[in-house]
Design a protein around this ligand. Structure first.
Ligand code: SF4
Length: 283
């Protein structure tokens, strides 16, 4: 009986040691994975911020936080840049609620604990507006995002923020370019840094150089789930279609997205079909 007991105890001790080694190894791997993504995301974000002069000394940045992976990575990046940048700036996370988010509260807790920011929440009333205003024949998503942007813009203006940071990344920019081209007959995308049409708000996109996979990989190392939406409206699927086309293209041209992004900053205006420019004298 004594020998069996002893064997059992030794077995327990050995399993415990094995568990400790495995946990330690897992932690080590997680740490390394986070460092891998962090380094790349921060390098790309830092370069974009520098190239487009997104942040200046004394800036007050309103960071839009939907609770999705992109906005959380954006916030983390701004927190890291704030600690490392040679300029001093303020970051205030703001969530404009659509009323469809599931359990946003845990994101505010995570942001507070991990990044030290308080997320300010504004109820936009969009849920109610959509019920009355939307045309059942048309997707209300464009209206919804316009309304949310409106809340952010007026808040920024009212409270003297110098810029609004959004979590769009390189893939979003490319997809928007094709969406506008295919469905609205317009050449345009989402600028990494620009003023709103009325010139009152500056919008910055520090993740403009980051690919979706990179943002996603970095987000996974945070160990949290993104906020999901219970919005009953299904998006019209155009963005998904463009995404699928691009996936197909990428099989043939692996750097197609980087190439399109660089084309967006390298425009041969004279070769475009602008009627106003027709017949204009060279000087
Ligand atoms: S799916 Fe719903 S919450 Fe999302 S953009 Fe469309 S209307 Fe707004």
């Amino acid at each position: 009986m004594g020998i069996i007991r002893l064997k059992h105890d030794i077995f327990c001790i050995l399993s415990h040691i094995a568990n400790l080694i495995i946990c330690d190894k897992e932690e080590h791997v997680n740490h390394n994975t986070r460092k891998y993504f962090e380094k790349r995301v921060l390098r790309k974000a830092g370069t974009a911020v520098h190239d487009y002069r997104m942040i200046e000394n004394g800036d007050r940045i309103l960071a839009a936080v939907s609770g999705g992976k992109d906005s959380i990575v954006l916030l983390k990046v701004l927190a890291e840049l704030k600690g490392a940048a040679p300029v001093s700036f303020e970051v205030v996370p703001v969530h404009v609620s659509t009323g469809f988010e599931k359990d946003f509260e845990r994101i505010t807790v995570w942001v507070k604990e991990e990044l030290g920011f308080e997320v300010r929440i504004f109820d936009s009333g969009i849920k109610e507006i959509l019920e009355h205003v939307s045309d059942p024949e048309k997707s209300p998503c464009a209206l919804c995002s316009r309304l949310r942007r409106g809340v952010l813009y007026s808040l920024a203006k009212r409270e003297g923020f110098t810029s609004i940071a959004l979590g769009h990344h390189l893939d979003d920019i490319i997809e928007t370019f094709f969406l506008r081209c295919f469905y609205t007959g317009q050449i345009g995308a989402m600028a990494p840094s620009r003023y709103s049409n009325d010139g009152r708000n500056r919008v910055i996109r520090p993740l403009a150089y980051c690919r979706n996979e990179l943002v996603e990989g970095y987000f996974r190392t945070f160990g949290i789930e993104p906020v999901t939406s219970i919005c009953p409206i299904r998006p019209d699927g155009k963005r998904e279609r463009v995404r699928d086309y691009l996936k197909l293209l990428e099989k043939e041209i692996p750097t197609v997205k980087e190439s399109v992004f660089s084309a967006l900053g390298n425009i041969d205006v004279k070769s475009l079909c602008l009627k106003e420019a027709a017949g204009a004298h060279p000087h």
